[in-house]
Structures are given as structure tokens and as C-alpha cells.
Design a protein around this ligand. Structure first.
Ligand SMILES: [Zn+2]
Length: 280
């Protein structure tokens, strides 16, 4: 479906943020097993919700990482942050401070005694900040390697039992509303077919057991592609029943018989005739 410029920008920013978090995740995975890492925590303290991009536990300390994938030139003036074009952006360091204070309250409310080390991480090498504050809690792209080395050198006296806090954090997860600005869509509005798993352009034809992308040349097994499409259908329409007819319409270029074969092999059938539907 075509998106408005505003929606497109919003979703691109979300995706960019997500890619930045994934990149930082990769760096965190190089830390030793003495570290416990949790991602994307949605928590609440004193009726106020907050979110932690990446969370680390090591020895007696807990680490909060707020990750920003900003790209281009920015500047700071009187504690306000601006993009180079002069648009004010919400101050990411204040965001980190808010998360830190709420997390401290969370720990206190649940009687945990950990020190809290918050860091604001700028992951994108193309990011530059003029008038950057001299603040050791802000890690710029060209400091990232040294920062990781510093974390690796932390001595591993595992005096704390981390499990209790980990269990508490996981059990206290609140349902966030991460996609609250999702544009409205309906089944009829959406272009049907299977997008290539590599380049996202729609497969034009189906030959024997494979789909071949005329845009990038990628080949995909039809079963994989159809199951992937069903998963996407389920995300977009969680209330809808999976029937061979609707999946046939959704995947468009795959014959009904092939859809039926894939569904009956990989899903469980409930009901008979026209009211029959499949469940994974
Ligand atoms: Zn492709």
C-alpha cells in the first residue's frame, strides 16, 4: 500500500532506530558470559512507564543503554538539541536521565540493590554533534570501540545472584504500544503477492518449486515463501482466520492447490468445507 510521506518518514525512523539497536546488540554479544543482556524492556515505576533499549547486568552493576542511530550533523545550544537545519529534537540525554531515575525507583520498589550506570550510545559513524557536552555518559561513534574494551575489562566477581532481578524484570514487562501510529489499512487496500525476501519487490512468477525474483535474482523455495507470507498476514490481520482461499488471494501467484498442500503439511485443519481454517 502507498504510504503518506509523513507515515513513511515515521516508519523509516522506527526502522532506523531498530537497526541501530541491532547493531549495538552485536557489540554487546562480544562481552563475556559474566554479562546478562536483556533487550527492549518495557517497565513501570510508580505508575509511569518507561523503556530500556538494552540492559546489562554485570557483577554488582546494572547498565542502561539508550541507543540512537542519528545520522548527520546536530548541535547543542543551552541544553537543547537541534538538527543542523535548526529543528529542535527531544533531548536524548534527558530521555536517558528520565529512564535512569525511573529504573532506580523500580529497583528500590522491588528491594534490589544494584548500582545503575546509564549510557547514551550514538551508534552511527555518520553522526556528529557540535558543542558536544563533555559527558562520560555519552558515547560517540568514535569512542565506541574503547567503550566496549572498558566494559570487557570489568572484573567478574559474580557476587550477586542475577537470576532474581532478571526474573523480576521479565515478569514486570508491560505491554507497550510501540506501533501506535500505524497507518490504517485493510485487506482490500493492500497489494497482493509475495515480496522477495531479499529486496522486497514482488515475485513475478512461480516455476516448479521456486520463486525467482526478476529484480535481484534471488531464488526462494515456495514453501518458505508462502509460510513467510502467512506469518506476515497473521501480523497484519491477527483476528482473521487462515483459509486456503484467503492465503491464495494473499499470495496471488501461487496456485490454490499448492497453497492447500503447504497449509495441510504445516498447519492443523479445523472444521469442514467452506468454514474450514488452519492453525499453526
Ligand atoms: Zn529480489
Amino acid at each position: 500500500m502507498g504510504l503518506s510521506a509523513k507515515d513513511k518518514l515515521y516508519l523509516l525512523n522506527l526502522q532506523k532506530g531498530f537497526l541501530g539497536e541491532k547493531q549495538f546488540d552485536k557489540l554487546l554479544s562480544t562481552l563475556s558470559n559474566d554479562w546478562t543482556i536483556l533487550n527492549d524492556l518495557h517497565l513501570e515505576a510508580n505508575n509511569t512507564s518507561f523503556q530500556i533499549d538494552s540492559f546489562g547486568l554485570h557483577s554488582e552493576s546494572s547498565y542502561i543503554f539508550e541507543i540512537k542511530n542519528y545520522e548527520g550533523d546536530f548541535y547543542v545550544e543551552n541544553e537543547s538539541w537541534y538538527s543542523v537545519s535548526g529543528n529542535e529534537i527531544s533531548n536524548p540525554f534527558q530521555q536517558l536521565k528520565r529512564t535512569e531515575s525511573l529504573f532506580r525507583r523500580f529497583l528500590k520498589n522491588h528491594s534490589f540493590h544494584y548500582t545503575v550506570e546509564p549510557y547514551l550510545i550514538f551508534i552511527n559513524p555518520e553522526f556528529h554533534l557540535y558543542n558536544a557536552p563533555r559527558n562520560p555518559q555519552i558515547i560517540f561513534p568514535n569512542q565506541l570501540n574503547r567503550f566496549m574494551e572498558k566494559l570487557k575489562k570489568k572484573s567478574a566477581t559474580r557476587t550477586k545472584n542475577h537470576l532474581k532481578l532478571i526474573e523480576k524484570l521479565l515478569s514486570c514487562q508491560v505491554q507497550g504500544l510501540p506501533y501506535r501510529n500505524l497507518p490504517k489499512y485493510s485487506f482490500n487496500d493492500l497489494k497482493k503477492g509475495i515480496p522477495c525476501s531479499e529486496c522486497q519487490s514482488f515475485y513475478a512468477s512461480f516455476l516448479r518449486k521456486n520463486l525467482a525474483c526478476s529484480h535481484c535474482g534471488h531464488k526462494e523455495d515456495v514453501t518458505c515463501a508462502v509460510i513467510r507470507s502467512i506469518e506476515e498476514f497473521k501480523i497484519l490481520f491477527p483476528e482473521a482466520k487462515i483459509t486456503s482461499m484467503i492465503i491464495h488471494e494473499w499470495c496471488k501467484i501461487i496456485p490454490l492447490q499448492t497453497i492447500q498442500r503447504i497449509l495441510s503439511k504445516n498447519f492443523k485443519l479445523f472444521g469442514h468445507g467452506k468454514s474450514a481454517f488452519y492453525v499453526k
